[in-house]
Design a protein around this ligand. Structure first.
Ligand code: SF4
Ligand code: SF4
Length: 131
């Protein structure tokens, strides 16, 4: 299908999210789904994000808060384990960092150009509780 602008569709037009028959989508892993070109999953937002979350698995307790709260479904979780971030769809809002409960946090925001290995090597230490 050729790309169309939003205002080129007829009123009431239906855009299919998947190619062909889409059974058991809820039980099909994201990477195995046949998304159609009209599904926003096929578009990347990576080139306009200015800041990004970096994940440090050393402190993660797999609470899944980041997965629940991410407004763009960009936290990748498998079998209730946080395994990373879908950087094609993350918009850099920082909500995952806000809700991460660990001390230090397991997710922190950095500029888009930050090297992840360097960020993890310089990760903040645990904050002492205030007396
Ligand atoms: S920064 Fe925002 S969009 Fe990106 S993974 Fe975190 S909550 Fe999701
Ligand atoms: S919110 Fe933090 S601790 Fe919980 S799964 Fe996400 S990264 Fe791990």
């Amino acid at each position: 299908m050729a790309n169309k602008g939003w205002n080129e569709f007829e009123i009431g037009a239906m855009l299919r999210s998947f190619e062909g028959v889409a059974n058991d989508i809820a039980l099909t892993k994201q990477e195995d789904r046949s998304y159609s070109q009209s599904n926003s999953f096929t578009a990347s937002v990576a080139d306009w994000r200015l800041i990004k979350p970096v994940f440090n698995k050393d402190y993660c307790i797999d609470c899944q808060f980041c997965w629940v709260y991410c407004p763009d479904v960009s936290i990748i979780s498998r079998d209730q384990k946080m395994i990373g971030i879908d950087m094609d769809h993350c918009k850099g809002c920082g909500i995952c960092v806000e809700v991460c409960p660990t001390n230090p946090k397991s997710l922190l925001m950095y500029t888009e150009q930050t090297d992840e290995e360097s960020a993890i090597a310089a990760w903040p230490k645990k904050d002492d509780k205030e007396a």
